[in-house]
Design a protein around this ligand. Sequence first.
Ligand code: ZN
Length: 215
Amino acid sequence: MLRFMPMSFYSKVSEKASMGVVAADQVIGDFPEYASTKDTPKCNGICTGGCGRTCTTTGRKYDSLVGYSKDRAVVKESNLLCTPGDPYNGKLNVLMHEFAHAIHLVALGTDFRWHRLLDESYLTWGERWGTGYATSDQKEFFAEATTSYFRTSTLGPEAAEMNLCGDPRNNTICPDEFSSRENLKTKDPTLFRLVDHLYSGGRTFLQGRIGICDW
Ligand SMILES: [Zn+2]
């Protein structure tokens, strides 16, 4: 994912971003910096008041998440290893999605040029893509553009069709990384320019070959 990233971005990512894995019986809040998100008996089933810290903005308990990220991307072991407990059944590389959030935070930082490209693309997504988790906000849009660029999501709705090649009504997941990149490039040149420069320095032919369950 970082192998072909230009040094100007890579240096920020290697300095400020990190990743972590939690076991099946652990939660995101077991990492000290996310400890405040941990659920308590008092907050069980409650997201209001003082319990708001245990819930995401969409009302999900942090303890129920498969992954989460600020500058540390955290993922459940079951998804990373695609073991039977993986809620995504080997169809989404959550670590890559979460690490994209960390990259967004530390590498794009306050650089207006990149944010402008992302805004330009996000604000007009309805002209190109379907609806789905990817269209929740700019952060999710960028993270799902990342998994589509590397072809590490085979969930159509999750990526708001960014990973579907050809007519989205056919629901055809792009068969390989190269076609997935070509698809992004054709349908959203602005978004493609952003992720292609960030991850490959514009050298689209340098594929990540990461996969969903194979590391
Ligand atoms: Zn996300």
